[in-house]
Design a protein around this ligand. Structure first.
Ligand code: FA5
Length: 352
């Protein structure tokens, strides 16, 4: 602009240089006040000075001053936009997803070792023709005890007379957390009008227990029941051997010895050789020095129970068993203490 008044040109050059060096919003605001502030702004003052210019030069001066005002306003706007987009760009590059960083692993859940063992047991029995049924955890005393031939005054009741869930009704407590899955023998027979019956019933049971390496107050059992013509003790042993071989392999030792349960006659217990001491250590905490770990009770269903179910005990016989799933899991994996299962320590649980 060769003919432009040097005052205008000087102001223009100075203002553009100052704008270029303003590097943030605060700097731009300062620049705006310096040049466009209503009172003392230098561009505002320049525009005010138009009236003092001699009349013959006023039009040219005024046009040049206004042109500079418009140019500087545009420059401010452009600089504001420039700073804004630079800030945005910096933000998106700094905060952007860095695909080269290693991810945060999400831990995968898995089935609890007792659930895994329960499912494997059920599969083994299903392969032998048993079907799976369920029964209630909160049970009537009538099913838990009386129907299983454990009357009120029977000594066997002391062992299991445990977690009642109701107060006295007519002087009696009649509902409790089941202590075993045996009540399901009667429950299943009641809803099966005619034998054959071949069923396994898994579920949690609860006992008042002085806990130790093989005893918990909450345990999982699987009840087995087979009732038909000609069912014998050898069938029971065959089924249990077949299942044990599947669960523990062929080289584990199995022992049956006589035991007493009011709901079977005869009654037995089945035990597996202790994986910790192999029968040698008298100080073994897991088997208490016996060399064996008991995993189930079993026997031939008492004829009175068969009759009570409405079946003819002169025609049909049955076997039943109740196995402890936690004990099976202990033996499978060589776990020394049953209390690990429900301590909820992921370092333990994630090993299975
Ligand atoms: C019974 O519960 C009988 N109802 C089993 C039965 C069924 C016998 C059918 C005959 C015919 P027992 O109390 O022994 O029996 O328990 C059976 C199994 O459950 C034991 O062998 C053991 O493996 C497991 N078990 C018992 N108590 C506990 C406990 N406190 N903690 C962990 N497992 C247990």
């Amino acid at each position: 602009m060769p003919d432009v008044d040097p005052r205008i040109e000087g102001l223009r050059t100075e203002a553009l240089a100052a704008l270029a060096s303003a590097s943030d919003e605060a700097g731009l605001e300062q620049w705006r006040i310096t040049f466009f502030g209503r009172q003392d702004g230098r561009v505002s003052a320049l525009l005010r000075s138009i009236r003092d210019v001699p009349a013959d030069q006023r039009a040219a001066f005024g046009a040049a001053a206004n042109a500079v005002k418009v140019e500087l306003e545009g420059a401010l706007e452009a600089r504001q936009e420039g700073l804004k987009s630079a800030a945005l760009k910096a933000l998106t590059t700094e905060a952007a997803l860095d695909v080269t960083l290693p991810g945060r692993p999400q831990p995968l859940g898995r089935l609890h070792p007792v659930t895994q063992t329960m499912r494997d047991c059920l599969t083994a029995f299903q392969e032998m023709g048993f079907r799976v049924a369920e029964g209630p955890e909160v049970e009537w005393a009538r099913y838990n005890f009386d129907a299983a031939r454990i009357p009120e005054d029977h000594p066997a009741r002391d062992m299991w007379d445990t977690i009642w869930v109701n107060t006295l009704i007519d002087g009696e407590r009649n509902m409790l957390l089941r202590t075993h899955t045996t009540p399901n023998q009667v429950r299943v027979m009641e809803r099966t009008p005619e034998p054959p019956v071949r069923v396994v019933v898994p579920g949690k049971c609860y006992r008042q227990e002085a806990t130790d390496a093989t005893h918990e107050w909450m345990l999982t059992q699987i009840e087995g029941l087979a009732v038909d013509e000609g069912v014998r003790m050898t069938d029971l042993k065959g089924v249990l051997y077949g299942w044990a071989r599947k669960m523990f392999g062929a080289d584990r030792k199995i022992i049956f010895h006589h035991s007493y349960f009011p709901f079977v006659e005869p009654g037995v217990e089945m035990a597996i050789d202790c994986f910790i001491c192999r029968g040698s250590g008298s100080a073994c905490h897991t088997c208490h020095g016996t060399g064996w770990i008991e995993i189930l009770g079993a026997g031939m269903v008492h004829p009175e129970i068969i009759e009570n179910a409405g079946y003819d005990s002169s025609k049909v016989t049955g076997f039943a068993f109740g196995l402890g799933v936690e004990r099976v899991a202990l033996l499978r994996w060589g776990i020394e203490d049953i209390r690990n299962f429900y301590a909820n320590d992921l370092r333990f649980l994630s090993q299975f």
